[in-house]
Design a protein around this ligand. Structure first.
Ligand SMILES: N[C@@H](CCC(=O)N[C@@H](CS)C(=O)NCC(=O)O)C(=O)O
Length: 210
């Protein structure tokens, strides 16, 4: 039995919810209130964060590691393509998003660095070169762990528009990806409420405490 400790607003947990969904893997979900993380959960979760997966008596944490674990254990579910070069594309894309998009997303949100918005615009303009040519999904015609790893921040883009009036100019390939993701039933099944994101992200709009 798979049990995922998650939080609706958390993009990292969203990665794992999408992976479970893309793999058609049944799971029990436990919603953790991030505003008031219970003590029992702090004791259970080695990094005191969501997501956390329990499977066959094992605990697995860190969203990217959870997703690779799911792909390894359920290797027949097509979470990653078999082609080693497409798997390289997946790893490069996740690495790129982890450097160029995800930290910059929070810097723009916190209004932390003068050039953050410019860097985010550049990352978006560069994005098609990290994606498959054909699409519409990241690696081809089916959603995979690449989409699961990167899309959660794009579902929360309204937060940047709301707090920072950040307007992205999506290249055609990126727009096609966003459209395909937004219309996919498994993505819709895991989608959050945009207004809830705005409310929850108010706490991330001030500079991070060091
Ligand atoms: N690197 C971790 C990051 C997970 C993370 O930052 N989760 C946040 C919520 S989005 C969390 O649980 N924070 C705990 C807190 O706010 O105290 C992963 O990929 O799983």
């Amino acid at each position: 039995m798979l049990k995922l400790y998650t939080a609706q607003v958390c993009p990292f947990a969203h990665r794992c919810r999408l992976a479970l969904s893309f793999g058609h893997l049944e799971s029990e979900r436990v919603e953790i209130d991030l505003a008031e993380i219970p003590d029992w959960y702090r004791r259970l979760s080695p990094n005191e964060k969501v997501p956390l997966l329990e499977h066959d008596g094992h605990r697995i944490w860190e969203s990217a590691i959870i997703n690779e674990y799911l792909s390894d254990v359920y290797s027949d579910r097509g979470l990653l393509p078999d082609d080693p070069l497409l798997r390289v594309k997946f790893r490069l894309a996740v690495d790129w998003a982890g450097n160029a998009v995800i930290p910059t997303f929070y810097q723009v949100l916190r209004n932390e660095q003068a050039d953050a918005a410019e860097r985010l615009h550049k990352a978006i303009a560069d994005m098609p070169q990290w994606m498959s040519l054909e699409g519409p999904f990241w690696l081809g015609d089916q959603p995979s762990l690449a989409d699961a790893a990167i899309y959660p921040w794009f579902e929360r883009w309204n937060v940047l528009e709301h707090y920072r009036a950040f307007q992205a100019e999506w290249p055609a390939r990126v727009q096609a990806w966003l459209d395909a993701m937004r219309q996919h039933e498994l993505v819709i099944q895991e989608a959050g409420d945009p207004q809830r994101y705005v409310k929850a992200y108010a706490r991330y709009t001030t500079p991070a405490k060091v």
